[in-house]
Design a protein around this ligand. Structure first.
Ligand code: ACM
Ligand code: ZN
Length: 469
């Protein structure tokens, strides 16, 4: 298989459409409690589901059962009734710090679908680049998608609205919903380079690659300035029309309040809105944008900081800093998606091996990823019903090429996909280790660069089972 193809390895088995009764793969929509039922019988294969996404999942299981032994394709006779443990099984890709090509996103969607992941969150805006065309404010991309001229060798770029529509359609055909993330009020330097009048100081600003500046930039959107809200509303209007899914992610993480403290406009806003101080300004913004999106039948989701400083009521919270917050958030009525750094951050190193490029002070090894339990025993039903699901995160501060991103993601994403789908009592680390060897061969056939090599890195591969999640 050549690298760079948008499709995974193919069996090249000829399959024509038809309605014969035997020697067929029959796909049927009929109501059933399971997500799908797959029957591999002597003379036919049947996949049934009450929904299209269930049929896609059944087809993916069928593909995983297909084995090539001495050039003959075989498959066991089997009946499977299967349902996911979590409704939201996600992956986030940071397209801002490293601009990821459309073909890379499509390849990733193919692989997600193969492993029954169903949400792709695209982190489209940050300090290092604005990556989505907004017709009402063209400088967001004409200025905001490019690094300052002294970093001419760095890859900039953005997705046009036509490209986004094509990507959304491609993902939907494979059972994947794309959740766009538009960061506010912090991590906004790319937007402020384009429109410096929306900052507290007026700028000017230039966009620098991550390695040449701070991770957290003090200049953020000025929330005393009505023009900031007008721009963000125009952006969310266009974004809402482009992405048919229910959720729009507003970021909200790591926003310093330094500039707001000394900005007369921000301080005036604190007074006129009756806020306690500038730390409530973020809650004011997320609440106001939440109402705007609500009127467009969209649901706000944000990183767990959106639950601080006059938390936006009704916001869905994506938890990255620690799962201790889950019960209180659920009891306050917030739905949550779990993406803790400790188990789900795939940009973190996966071992202490010297060839590792990832970040993080503590590695997030394969067995720790596999043992992640999003719904541990002992949580009450009142909390459980608010846990929508869980998500892998891939930030691209350090991974600057498609292959480098792949090496961080795989094979750990295979382990996480299983943790998101399968209850803990049905997961067995030694057995997974054996199956993973086959998965790694398949991934390699799909053109994936693997982060660890099961032949040369046995210490990582053969880690003992971990009892702690
Ligand atoms: C995050 O990792 N700053 C959400
Ligand atoms: Zn201000």
């Amino acid at each position: 298989m050549r690298k760079g193809r948008a499709t995974p390895a193919r069996s090249k088995l000829p399959l024509a459409l038809g309605s014969a009764a035997s020697n067929v793969i029959a796909l049927r929509i009929r109501s059933m409690p399971a997500a799908y039922k797959l029957q591999v019988l002597q003379d036919r294969i049947e996949i049934a589901s009450s929904a299209n996404d269930g049929l896609i999942q059944g087809v993916q299981t069928l593909r995983q059962l297909l084995a090539n032994t001495r050039r003959v394709w075989t498959m066991p006779q089997i009946v499977i009734e299967d349902s996911p443990r979590l409704a939201w099984r996600g992956l986030m890709l940071d397209c801002s710090r490293t601009f990821l090509s459309l073909s890379y996103l499509k390849r990733t969607i193919d692989r997600m679908s193969f492993y029954k992941l169903n949400v792709l969150q695209l982190h489209l805006t940050d300090d290092q680049g604005w990556r989505i065309e907004i017709k009402a404010h063209p400088k967001l991309t004409s200025v905001g998608s490019r690094f300052a001229s002294r970093f001419a060798g760095e890859r900039g770029g953005y997705y046009s609205q036509d490209e986004i529509r094509d990507l959304v359609r491609y993902a939907a055909e494979r059972g994947v919903t794309i959740v766009p993330e538009i960061e506010m009020p912090g991590h906004a330097l790319a937007a402020l380079a384009a429109y410096p009048e929306l900052s507290c100081t007026g700028g000017p600003f230039e966009i620098f690659p991550f390695f040449s500046g701070p991770n957290i930039v003090e200049d953020v959107f000025c929330l005393g300035n009505e023009s900031t809200f007008h721009l963000l509303e125009d952006v969310l209007e266009e974004v809402s029309a482009l992405f048919p899914g229910r959720y729009i992610h507003l970021g909200g993480d790591e926003c310093p309040k330094t500039r707001w403290k000394t900005c007369p406009k921000c301080q005036a806003r604190v007074r006129t809105e009756g806020l306690r101080d500038e730390s409530d300004l973020q809650g004011y913004l997320i609440g106001r944008m939440g109402r705007f999106l609500d009127a467009r039948h969209k649901q706000v989701i944000g990183w767990d900081e959106v639950a601080e400083g006059g938390a936006a009521p009704g916001a869905t919270v994506m938890i990255w800093r620690g799962l201790d917050a889950v019960p209180a958030l659920a009891k306050a009525g917030h739905d949550v998606v779990l993406s803790p750094t400790t188990n789900c951050y795939l940009d973190y190193r996966q071992s202490d091996l010297p060839q590792e490029q990832g970040e993080g002070s503590k590695p997030v090894p394969l067995d720790k990823v596999y043992s992640f339990d999003p719904l541990p025993n002992g949580i009450g039903d009142d909390v459980r019903i608010h846990v929508l699901g869980a998500q892998a995160a891939m930030w691209t501060h350090y991974a600057r090429t498609d292959d480098a991103v792949d090496r961080q993601i795989y094979p750990r994403l295979v382990a996480l996909a299983e943790a998101f789908w399968t209850p803990r009592e049905l997961r067995h680390w030694p057995e997974f280790q054996q199956r993973l060897e086959v998965h790694c061969r398949r991934l390699a056939n799909m053109g994936v660069s693997l982060g660890i090599n099961f032949r040369t890195d046995p210490g990582v591969w053969a880690a003992p089972a971990r009892s702690e999640p």
